[in-house]
Design a protein around this ligand. Structure first.
Ligand code: SF4
Length: 163
């Protein structure tokens, strides 16, 4: 049984910075859950960050640059939370190793979970192409990461890799 890592907020868990969730109602996800494929993670909360918490953005750059020590993740107001984000990414990677996971569906635009877009660090609502810290670490280890807008593609990947 090929498992898939999913952002907890996409599964209705109220773990986002504002205490909310991003519930995805998709028949494919429902099927994955009923098949026992889904492993849930919120990297930020697993790393010990609170609910709610201040919004955070990568301060110019992307998740790879954070992993390289070239930029930081900063909360609104200036508190640097880079270590928490890297710790959360490591927890997500450990889960993938534990359950032999090579496919993830993570929440777009998050500084942890964004796979195609992230916010630009200015806390002005501007998105820019790039990936979050968890996604950067997972991709370095060969894990395919999709967003909640690419669930059909993720489903194909699950069945292609389990063939
Ligand atoms: S996007 Fe990722 S880090 Fe943010 S609340 Fe959802 S699971 Fe947690």
């Amino acid at each position: 049984m090929r498992k898939v890592l999913m952002s907890a907020c996409l599964l209705g868990r109220k773990v986002r910075y504002d205490g909310g969730s991003l519930s995805v109602h998709d028949q494919l996800v429902e099927r994955w859950i009923s098949e026992g494929r889904v492993v849930s993670v919120c990297p930020e909360v697993e790393a010990g960050m609170s609910i709610p918490r201040k919004p955070a953005e990568i301060f110019g750059g992307n998740g790879n640059m954070v992993l390289e020590g070239e930029t930081d993740v900063v909360e609104k107001g200036g508190n640097v939370v880079t270590d928490d984000f890297i710790a959360g990414a490591a927890i997500a990677l450990e889960l993938c190793k534990k359950f032999n996971i090579d496919i993830a569906v993570l929440a777009e635009s998050s500084p942890s979970c964004g796979s195609s877009f992230i916010y630009d660090g200015g806390f002005s609502g501007n998105r820019t192409p790039g990936m979050g810290v968890t996604v950067a670490l997972l991709r370095r280890h060969g894990i395919q990461v999709f967003s909640q807008h690419e669930i059909a593609d993720a489903n194909k990947a699950i069945h292609a890799t389990s063939a």
